[in-house]
Design a protein around this ligand. Structure first.
Ligand code: RIB
Length: 300
């Protein structure tokens, strides 16, 4: 079983021909509401790939909370630790341009209340998991606490440092087993340039030298680079026609986690994740775009 300690949001996705300028009103051709949030997306992707998933998260006291809980249950995800909060649920207004590029605003809402105590309360169930997956849409103190708890329990952590936080304390996350930033997150975290593949490698290597075990930089349509003490390898992305890239990074992490949990090697897990993420960008929406394992013909 995989645990996801993380966020959930309701995504309000507007498909735009162009973004309005300040003070301007522009008509947009299409809208879609769906479940999102990086934590929930990663949990749903892992579940659709066949993993048993336990979600530790907080929802608000509104209709969005009901919608989110029903969605977890519909995807077979345990809602034992989907906790109610006197706050609004997390929401994410998203704008997707014709180029398939997206811009996302997040309002953390209840996610800002997920505390170390909440994670501690789930300890007995977390102890039964083979992996713990986290992102940064919850308080950093909760992320640091969970990494320490996972270390105590002997459970590897996958940390996706998204959205990038300038306050992230590298020393407190060195114990995570798999660290998966994209290039802009890597740049912010290391304070190093990431304009070329060589620069990205040097920045990622600096984290390995600090003690990070596996640094995996996701580069969208340019694939991934993986660095650890044994060396470096990269994998290409699959060529597809992208319609909507919203949540593709989360599809990648969810499939990566499920593949590791299922016993695939690091390299094969990354290959599968690359394939799964590429497939997701060919459809619109966040979780709507995630396939079931049986509908895909994986290369590995
Ligand atoms: O990574 C995509 C996700 O980022 C969206 O689902 C949105 O909710 C934000 O968390």
């Amino acid at each position: 079983m995989i645990a996801v300690v993380g966020s959930n949001m309701v995504d309000l996705i507007t498909y735009v021909d162009r973004m309005p300028k300040p003070g301007e009103t522009v008509e947009a051709p299409d809208f879609q509401m769906g479940c999102g949030g990086k934590g929930a997306n990663q949990a749903v992707a892992a579940a659709r790939m066949g993993a048993d998933v336990l979600m530790v998260t907080r929802v608000g006291n509104d209709n969005f909370a009901t919608h989110t809980k029903e969605n977890f249950a519909a995807n077979g995800i345990s809602t034992k630790y989907v906790l109610d909060t006197e706050a609004t649920s997390g929401v994410a207004p998203i704008f997707v341009e014709k180029s398939s590029q997206n811009s996302i605003l997040i309002v953390q809402g209840a996610n800002a209340h997920l505390s170390p105590k909440d994670v501690e309360a789930a300890k007995d169930d977390l102890a039964k998991c083979s992996l713990i997956v986290m992102q940064l849409e919850i308080p950093l103190e909760t992320v640091y606490f969970t990494i320490e708890l996972a270390e105590e329990l002997g459970i590897p952590v996958i940390l996706n440092p998204a959205p990038a936080s300038p306050n992230l304390d590298i020393e407190k996350i060195l114990k995570c087993e798999y660290f998966l930033p994209n290039e802009s997150e890597l740049g912010l975290i290391t304070g190093m340039p990431v304009d070329s593949i060589d620069q990205i490698r040097i920045a990622a290597q600096s984290l390995v030298e600090k003690g990070m075990r596996n640094v995996i930089v996701t580069l969208g349509c340019r694939g991934v680079i993986c660095l650890n003490k044994d060396g470096v390898f990269d994998l290409p992305a699959h060529e597809v026609e992208a319609l909507d890239t919203t949540g593709a990074g989360d599809a990648f992490i969810g499939c990566f986690a499920q593949s590791l949990d299922a016993g695939f090697t690091l390299r094969d897990s990354l290959k599968r994740a690359t394939f799964y993420a590429s497939d997701s960008v060919t459809r619109r929406g966040t979780q709507y775009s995630y396939s079931l394992a049986e509908d895909l013909d994986f290369p590995v």
